[in-house]
Write a protein that binds this ligand. Structure first.
Ligand SMILES: [Zn+2]
Ligand SMILES: [Zn+2]
Length: 294
């Protein structure tokens, strides 16, 4: 098969939601592609559905990266691994690398298929299969400075993925990721408050994908529900940081509260503009695509 000359960096937001169900917003996830290389960052609810919408089968993924162990970011992972296996009729697929900061996300990835033992056994026996749906779980020690956690050589140059610890306490560890490709770069916040580590991670990137929460409506909620202010990114601070970084494209996702119309979307834009950001801002819907270079 002919390979693209100069492939673009393609970023698809597979889910823009949060734990609250929304018929139009899958759980958090970002698909990053460079040529034939496909990497999924977090695997929220309905990720396999959105990947199908993006034209990608689970078997075509090269690696999965987890940011932290909140269920909304991982609940789609067993679905992804099981579906990849069910679709692999020839038992030819290699275990999918699942890269995660050492800690509960790694424990989850290692144990998540234990509850599917009966299903796996009956499918194996019925179809006369050899293989088992095992991910290749790869832990790394999260670091307060940007550290490379994975890389892959492609016909068009090397792609590297780096991570840094971010601030989503009390959820420890939590990391953000950065992908550098010959066509450009993207930083993905995972869940965090706006922090200095995010500025270091996103220094010089073409695209910054940030979890975004409008603090104003949350501040008006009953006290019991305001704890989420502790560990999410305030849209006003995101705008200030993106302005300082002079990042060309800012993508807001993991939207709280989820906008249901243009007026809702415009409030997110207004917050980051008021904070001084003048670049391109996208309040993402599921399957939003941003491309860089070519
Ligand atoms: Zn989350
Ligand atoms: Zn979280």
């Amino acid at each position: 098969m002919a390979v693209d000359t100069n492939p673009e960096l393609r970023i698809t937001i597979t889910g823009t939601g949060c734990p609250i169900p929304d018929p139009l917003r899958a759980g958090p996830g970002v698909l990053v592609q460079f040529g034939e290389l496909a990497m999924q960052f977090d695997v929220g609810r309905s990720t396999v559905q959105r990947l199908a919408g993006a034209g990608l089968w689970p078997g075509e993924l090269n690696a999965v990266f987890l940011t932290h162990h909140h269920s909304d970011h991982m609940v789609g992972l067993p679905d992804l691994i099981l579906t990849r296996w069910v679709m692999d009729r020839a038992d030819s697929g290699k275990p999918l690398p699942v890269i995660a900061p050492a800690g509960p996300a790694v424990t989850f990835a290692r144990r998540m298929l234990d509850v599917w033992t009966d299903d796996i056994a009956i499918r194996t026996e019925h179809a006369g299969r050899d293989g088992r749906p095992e991910p290749d779980v790869v832990p790394f020690d999260p670091s307060p400075s940007v550290s490379e956690v994975w890389s892959m050589a492609t016909p068009h140059g090397e792609v590297t993925v780096s991570a840094i610890s971010v601030h989503h306490e009390p959820v420890l560890p939590s990391v953000g990721y950065r992908v550098d490709t010959p066509a450009g770069s993207v930083a993905i916040s995972g869940d965090t408050i706006v922090c200095g580590e995010m500025a270091v991670l996103a220094d010089g990137v073409d695209v910054l994908v940030y979890e975004a929460m409008r603090f104003e409506p949350i501040e008006a909620l009953p006290e019991k529900r305001r704890f989420i202010l502790d560990y999410h990114a305030d849209t006003r601070l995101i705008g200030g940081q993106a302005a300082e970084l002079e990042v060309p494209t800012l993508v807001l996702t993991h939207l709280i509260p989820p906008p249901v119309d243009d007026s809702g979307r415009s409030m997110f834009v207004s917050d980051v503009r008021t904070a001084g950001y003048t670049g391109k801002v996208i309040v993402a819907d599921d399957l939003e695509v941003v491309s860089v270079g070519a």
